[in-house]
Design a protein around this ligand. Sequence first.
Ligand SMILES: NC(=O)c1ccc[n+]([C@@H]2O[C@H](COP(=O)([O-])OP(=O)(O)OC[C@H]3O[C@@H](n4cnc5c(N)ncnc54)[C@H](O)[C@@H]3O)[C@@H](O)[C@H]2O)c1
Ligand SMILES: [Zn+2]
Length: 384
Amino acid sequence: MRESLPMPRSPEGDVLTTAGRQDEYTVSVCRTERAVVDRLRAEIDGRRVAVISDHTVARLHARRLADTLSANGLEVTATSFPAGEASKSLATASELLDWLAGTALARRDIVLAVGGGVVIDTVGWVASAYMRGVPYINVPTTLLAHVDAALGGKVAVDHPTAKNLIGAFYQPKAVISNVGYLRTLDRRQLRAGLAEVIKKGVIASPELFEFIEHRHPAILGGDLVTTARLVHGATVVKCGLVSKDPYELDLRRPLNFGHTIGHAVETVTDYGPVLHGEAVAFGMACAARIAERRGLLDWRTRARLCDLLVAVGLPVMLDDLPVDLDVTAVLAALWQIRKIRDGVLRFVLPTALGETVIADDVTDDEIRTAITTDTTGYRRLRTG
Ligand SMILES: NC(=O)c1ccc[n+]([C@@H]2O[C@H](COP(=O)([O-])OP(=O)(O)OC[C@H]3O[C@@H](n4cnc5c(N)ncnc54)[C@H](O)[C@@H]3O)[C@@H](O)[C@H]2O)c1
Ligand SMILES: [Zn+2]
């Protein structure tokens, strides 16, 4: 290769440089591990693989998957770390980087993240840093990871001062979503994952919302055909929304529906007793009540949302939460978030199924009323 770049005559003038990059990857939804292995073999194409999961997923699925890949002639090495949000840390990332450095993994080899959102976020961030970025493939094993964490390339670990503080945008090489792995997941985790799909229905897809209204018993009952349709539908919605603004330049994102109060609930309860999806469900119910009181959302649609959340087994009122929530502490946490975000607290408020507006003038009174009200659902209202 020969190049001859001109030397400017004078040393003045700024030098403009560009570094554009277009990432593209496929998300495959399947129902069996056999299908996962077939897709993986095509993606890996003979390269070395480092499989990383948490101890629980290693025992249930990842070890068997690694053995099968090995039996198919691939050079596979595997490790795992303790399950749980506490592992989504710089300490775990650092251990994984040490481990990778001790393997023969090279720049074009593949890291395979097999697990829930904790594994996927941590491993994705490690992959983004190792050798300035090695390709990684997500194999999600929780519903939340199938419909959310595995998609969009937001990778991060937590810092003691804030969740997801140390992270990057780093897109996976592929996502392979086997709903068969959800068979071993407990129902509470499944319900929490459904909250994020209901959210997608409210903000962008009335059809997806109706699908869950009709089919949630089958999904919670373990019907994999229905669950695969759900995951596929949620994937289309999330990828459609994310691809419009993959690096989140616009902070007014409808995907944050339910997350303003949801995050505050998680913060004041120390990311322990309330699952992320449960906090988001409660946050969605509160945001819908704020929208209704503002005259933006008709009460039937608000009640329809609350009814669905209740039917799925998700919290919509204070009493539904698995802990006693200190409302004043929630408001204080929201003030803290407001401070970090240049004094602006954004709420995604639904105005109809598939439509939202962003409000940055919601008052403490509105929030307190929305959190403490006992307005629940349509059915409860009609019978009660
Ligand atoms: N990157 C993103 O865009 C994004 C989006 C949403 C959430 N997240 C992150 O995801 C994390 C939460 O993810 P999560 O809810 O999947 O939690 P998780 O990864 O902690 O998994 C929950 C529990 O289920 C276990 N588990 C996983 N798969 C299983 C299976 N098939 N059978 C039985 N047990 C199984 C895990 O070992 C763990 O104990 C949070 O850290 C959150 O910040 C990231
Ligand atoms: Zn979320």
